[in-house]
Write a protein that binds this ligand. Structure first.
Ligand code: USQ
Length: 365
């Protein structure tokens, strides 16, 4: 919708994998949405902009090649991955499903571009989780290393904390191989956890609302805390709460992807940006949500629960993230106003909150 509103011609493809997993694991979003075709129709009625919808599984090479042949894209924004870390850690079949889906789609996308539209720019959604939490500052994708008197530039070392995050490390390696061997042009966006519900186009109509999850499978931490505040459930800080990540507003993810698409990577370049606008510990997030909730009369409690994940709870975290700002990103920061607006929206849908979806149901060990 964001690209269409900006005047681009847009085709989208989906196989409803995320929707199916949400149904299977009782992790449906707070506000349910129509089918993709239904949403595209509603968007066209309201904006006059047409979005071309394809339903199919891009992990199937024939589907991928067929769509790329028909659409002849200048840019492909590749979001077609199983995006939940907890789901990927649930057991063998979920791990395998995540591994196969994510790697197959990336591989098919690379080959469809290489064979059919070699000038096409691939914008790939990676994750800050590829780097893990090393005890050195995180660079923007690349690092120069001096070893025994010689120097060279390498991908920044990666050590992911879930199988899902590891599939994204493997994606980056695959992309880098095909970029350096066949001269593809790729931007890999290392995105931090996203929060929010409002975008200019999503706000046109309730049918256009994005997935707003608050469950342990698809819900990211800020959205979860805001729903917990409304539901009167103490905020679920995992373990010590010193875990630090780089966060960004949903509106900024749209800006970042479009900025990257409109200023493409060069031929033979794998360009990497760290996609975040501010860093917080989990404890800081809980405090911010409590402050905003209390001001709205919610009386929010915070309670540490045993950490279901295997991750460092106290660590160094200092990522670089100037690349997208240099391209023109204007951040929407996590202010009290921004949090309050999301809380108001949750309060309007309070009756749909299912409390059983909140406590962690998947453990790493
Ligand atoms: N956390 C809590 N309490 C909760 C939920 C989460 O303390 O109730 C903690 C987690 O342990 C973690 C941090 O908050 O330390 C962030 O967790 P999250 O669930 O918001 O994010 P995560 O599972 O890491 O994954 C999300 C997206 C994923 C994206 C990633 C970016 O689902 O697709 O790749 O954010 S990053 O985390 O930077 O790798």
């Amino acid at each position: 919708m964001d690209f269409a509103a900006a005047g681009h011609e847009v085709a989208v493809a989906d196989n409803y994998l995320r929707r199916l997993i949400a149904e299977k694991t009782d992790s449906e979003p707070l506000i349910s949405t129509p089918s993709l075709s239904g949403r595209a129709r509603r968007f066209q009625e309201l904006s006059g902009k047409r979005i071309d919808v394809h339903i199919g599984d891009l992990a199937d090479p024939e589907v991928m090649f067929d769509i790329v042949r028909k659409v002849q894209p200048d840019t492909i924004v590749h979001y077609a991955e199983q995006p939940s870390a907890p789901y990927s850690m649930r057991g063998f079949s979920e791990a395998r499903e995540t591994f196969k889906n994510n790697l197959d789609v990336t591989f098919n996308c690379i080959w469809a571009v290489k064979e059919l539209v070699p000038e096409c720019h691939i914008v790939k959604l990676g994750t800050m989780g590829e780097y893990g939490t090393p005890d050195i500052d995180i660079e923007e994708g690349w690092i120069e290393i001096e070893h025994k008197g010689r120097k060279d530039k390498f991908l920044f070392p990666r050590a992911a904390g879930s199988l899902y995050h590891t599939t994204k490390v493997l994606d980056t390696d695959l992309l880098w191989f095909y970029v350096r061997t066949y001269g593809l042009r790729v931007t890999d966006l290392m995105q931090g956890p996203v929060y929010g519900i409002s975008t200019p186009e999503a706000d046109l109509d309730p049918a256009l609302v994005p997935n707003f999850n608050y469950d342990d499978i698809f819900g990211t931490v800020v959205n979860r805390f805001l729903v917990q505040a409304v539901a009167g459930i103490p905020l679920t800080v995992y373990g010590g709460g010193g875990q630090t990540r780089g966060y960004l507003n949903l509106r900024d993810t749209l800006q970042c992807v479009r900025l990257a698409a409109e200023q493409p990577a060069e031929k033979g370049e794998l360009r990497i940006f760290n996609q975040l606008t501010e860093t917080f510990t989990v404890n800081e997030l809980a405090e911010r949500v409590k402050q905003t909730g209390d001001a709205l009369g919610l009386n929010v409690e915070i309670k540490s629960i045993p950490n279901p994940r295997k991750e460092k709870e106290e660590h160094h975290y200092n990522p670089a993230y100037s690349g997208l700002i240099e391209l023109g990103l204007q951040p929407n920061y996590m202010t009290e106003d921004v949090l309050a607006q999301i809380i108001e929206r949750i309060i309007a849908n309070k009756d749909s909150i299912v409390a059983e979806r909140i406590m962690p149901r998947v453990r790493w060990n």
